[in-house]
Design a protein around this ligand. Sequence first.
Ligand SMILES: CC(=O)SCCNC(=O)CCNC(=O)[C@H](O)C(C)(C)COP(=O)(O)OP(=O)(O)OC[C@H]1O[C@@H](n2cnc3c(N)ncnc32)[C@H](O)[C@@H]1OP(=O)(O)O
Ligand SMILES: N[C@@H](CCO)C(=O)O
Length: 338
Amino acid sequence: MTQEVYHSTDPLHLESGEVLREFDLAYTTYGQLNSEKSNVIWVIHALTGDANAAEWWNGLIGEDKFFDPANHFIICANLLGSCYGSTNPFSENPANGEPYFYNFPQVTTRDLAASLERLRIELAIDQIHTLIGGSLGGQVGLEWAVTLGQKLKNAVILASTSKSSPWVIGFNETQRMAIESDSTWGECHELAGIKGLETARAIAMLTYRHPDDLLIKQSENDEKLDGFRAASYLRYQGKKLANRFNALSYWTLSKAMDSHDLGRNRGGIAAAIGSIEARVLAIGVNSDLLFLPKEAQYISQKAKRGTYKEINSTAGHDAFLIEFEQLAYLLKSYYLEN
Ligand SMILES: CC(=O)SCCNC(=O)CCNC(=O)[C@H](O)C(C)(C)COP(=O)(O)OP(=O)(O)OC[C@H]1O[C@@H](n2cnc3c(N)ncnc32)[C@H](O)[C@@H]1OP(=O)(O)O
Ligand SMILES: N[C@@H](CCO)C(=O)O
């Protein structure tokens, strides 16, 4: 495993019209590029993930796992705006030498894909065998797949969509409202809005799970009036994220998710999906209440060479981070068929 930081001094022109004069992308690699340069697996993390894909996807990546560093060159970069080593709102703004804080520019999923493209060029990777990402990672993956053309062979898009629905945007807005209601929001330090972030994560968790999942794991054994397990679970999850993330990065990346519209300036989403040269495997989760299975099905239907497969789980949206055995099985059958 290697962990590196790519520093770009070439300005990144963002969709908003703003410019990032320079930026960093922290990235992790596992395994070696083979002599044919044909074994690249590029992983894109979700909203609060990091570049260490073999940690959070440990059932899928690692020795004797589906993506094995003995055979594959696996790479994952921390997304721009996130707080795990890439340029984010707490990074120094080269225009004034101060952290960006609330002046960090709006970044879109297309901008995030453009930053990954810079890293690909820097690493002289001419061919990506498989690009794989879930949720926000799937959105960025789709954006990148459109521009990669024949440099990409397979795009695996998990629990994601070609355009963020009003439902997704609505949930993201309630989470930002929670952050805004924190009296420390607006202050310039890493704990600004942190209590609000706890609430935001608690709201988000309800969209990442399914009612049946909570019924199985958080039901009460005794008859009580208060102190419910579901309540302590959500509070715990809020604190857990607040201990490893910050509200400004969360704000930035949730806005990026809202912005996602593969068809923007491309004649609509059907045309944009249809322009992807790679094979596309869209995987939905039957219990996903956030990114609905029909959104993944749509991607597979509009792709020139699309396949749809489904994870069966009570886990809800986050099943793509949990159901490793099914994922490995679906991937294996997909590669055998294609
Ligand atoms: C530096 C980094 O960590 S960044 C990279 C890691 N993160 C990512 O990549 C983001 C993607 N990952 C995720 O979103 C999550 O980790 C997931 C979806 C994969 C798994 O989520 P989890 O929180 O582990 O699963 P789950 O919903 O079952 O909750 C289990 C946790 O809730 C706790 N819990 C369960 N029920 C309750 C309850 N009633 N009250 C309080 N706590 C509870 C458990 O003790 C457990 O705590 P732990 O995480 O400290 O072990
Ligand atoms: N649970 C995921 C978000 C949903 O894809 C994360 O925290 O990154």
